[in-house]
Write a protein that binds this ligand. Structure first.
Ligand code: GLN
Length: 246
């Protein structure tokens, strides 16, 4: 049987901070190395998104301005999007792309940008201090959980996210969702939200494979993936981890 997966990449031009879109290149290669055809659909307008035929989706990070623009556009397909997530379509959403899936994003001036309200969580931007410096949450982010093991990434955000869903992991170094909880990201059904920017699949291929496997299970009933040689990736992750933790 010829396997294939269809991935929707939402707003590749507007939402691609720090090379977040590199995750798609990695997902494509990890599918192709296993003989799974990977079909990429770039979504520039909400009406382009065929969610009923999607197996995976990806949304990268953005500044507040872009975030507001694409949220308005995505409101047009909100109910299809919600249905897809509830039906187990998997996705990775990064930083701004993660934030706007919640109910609102409160800007530092108190103004609330309405989110897509696909899940019940919210984000509040950090407020500048007396010297007018808004201390963003920036730096290396080290996270651990039993499913994905040790994860490594880089975060840069002004918003702090609060929710009661499962998380992507516990924070060992950095901030993750907010300064208070020592928790990073969100994991709901097959949707992953994260503050780890850039091509995080390169350092954390287990997250990528988890999403590919869930998509293969949902579409074909496949319950395992052919292992790949991740020696370099593991070695890089091990070194970065030991350098940052020591
Ligand atoms: N605008 C959001 C924030 O500053 C997201 C930024 C981002 O995606 N890096 O929190």
């Amino acid at each position: 049987m010829r396997y294939s997966l269809d991935l929707l990449h939402f707003f590749p031009d507007q939402l691609n901070l720090y090379g977040d879109g590199g995750n798609i290149t990695i997902a494509k290669k990890r599918c192709e190395w296993r003989g799974i055809q990977f079909r990429l659909h770039q979504v520039e307008r909400a009406s382009d998104a065929d969610l009923s035929n999607a197996d995976l989706f990806f949304i990268g990070g953005a500044s507040d301005r872009e975030q507001a623009l694409v949220t308005d556009e995505l409101q047009k397909i909100r109910s299809d999007f919600k249905a897809a997530i509830e039906d187990g379509v998997g996705g990775l959403t990064v930083c701004g792309g993660y934030q706007f899936l919640g109910s609102y994003y409160q800007l530092y001036n108190g103004e609330k940008l309405e989110g897509l309200n696909l899940l019940d969580f919210h984000t509040v931007s950090r407020v500048p201090d007396a010297t007018n410096v808004k201390k963003r949450l920036i730096g290396d982010l080290h996270v651990v959980n039993p499913l994905f093991g040790r994860m490594i990434g880089y975060e840069n955000h002004g918003g702090e996210t609060f929710h009661d869903y499962d998380v992507l992991g516990d924070v060992v170094k950095g901030y993750g969702n907010n300064k208070r909880d020592k928790k990073e990201g969100l994991h709901y059904k097959n949707l992953i939200g994260t503050y780890m920017h850039g091509p995080l699949f390169s350092k954390n291929p287990r997250i990528c494979d988890h999403l590919i496997l869930k998509a293969m299970e949902r579409k074909y009933g496949v319950t395992s993936l052919e292992p790949l040689d991740d020696t370099f990736s593991k070695e890089a992750s091990k070194r970065l981890w030991s350098r940052c933790i020591s």
